[in-house]
Design a protein around this ligand. Sequence first.
Ligand code: AMP
Length: 288
Amino acid sequence: MTDTTTMQCTALISKMIEWQQDMKASNRTIGFVPTMGFLHEGHVALIQEAKKNNDCVAVSIFVNPTQFGPGEDFEAYPRNLDADVRLAAQAGADIVFCPEVEEMYPTDGGIRIVPGPLADQLCGASRPGHFDGVLKVVLKLVNIVQPTNIYFGMKDAQQLAIIETFFRDYNCPATIVRVPTVRELDGLAKSSRNVNLSDQERNEAPAIYETLQQGQVLVLEGVANDVVKQFVTDELEKKTSGIVDYISILTYPQLEEPTAKSKNLIIACAVQFPKARLIDNIIFEREG
Ligand code: AMP
C-alpha cells in the first residue's frame, strides 16, 4: 500500500517522462497498468500484480476518446478521479498519470495504426475503429511511461490478443503480462460499466458468464460450434433483457475459425443493455 500523500499524481506528459527517467536512472523496473479509470477490483488485481514484480508501479487513468465510436458511451463513461487516486494508492501504485484529452491529443497529423484482421472479429466487427484507437493510446502511453512490464486483463481478450501481436510485430520493448478476469461473487465480470446497469439488468447480468460456462462444456463435449452459439444466444435472450451483439467461438489468440484440431479456444460474447455494453469470455483448452 502506498500512502496517498506520497503517491504522485500528474496530468502532464513531461512530469510522467521525468518520473520514469528518474526510475530508470536508479535501475528500477517499472510496472505499468493502463486504465480508463473508475477503478474496481479488476484494476486492483493488475496493480497488485505489477507491484509484486516491479520496483515501482505507474497507473494511467484516461478515458480515451479515440477508441469510442459515434453514439458510443464516451460521455456517459463513469469517472471519479478522487476515488481512483485513493484506490490506486491502496493497491500500491507509485504514480497516477491522468492527462486531459488535450494533453494526449494536442494535434492530429492523420497517421493511423490499423490493427488488421484480428480486429475484424468479436468487438471489432461492431465497433469499427475501436482497436485503432486502443493501439494509438497504448503506443503513446508506452512511449511516455517506457515500462518494463505492462499489465492487461483477460476480460478484454481481443484487446490483449491485438496488443500482444502489435508488440511482437513492432518490437515494443515492454513485456506483456496477462491477468485473469476478476468477478463479482455471482460471476459477473467486474467492469466500470456495471454501474450503468439498472437493478433489474444487474440481476440478469450474471447469466452472461453462466451461459458462457455452459457453452464451454458443450464445446468440450464435442457439440458443433454453430449449435453451441445458438444455444448461448437463446439462453441469453431468455435470461436477460439485453441484445446479444455477438457470440463467437474462435481460436485464441489468433481469433480464427477453429478446426477439429484447434486446441486453444475462446468463447466470447457481448450483450448490449440500454446504457452498458458488457463483454465476457472464457479462454480454454481442449484435446486437439
Ligand atoms: P479499462 O479501464 O476497462 O479500460 O481496463 C483497464 C485494464 O483493466 C484492461 O487491461 C482490462 O482488461 C483490465 N480489466 C478490466 N476489468 C477487469 C476485470 N474484471 N478483471 C481483470 N482485469 C480487468
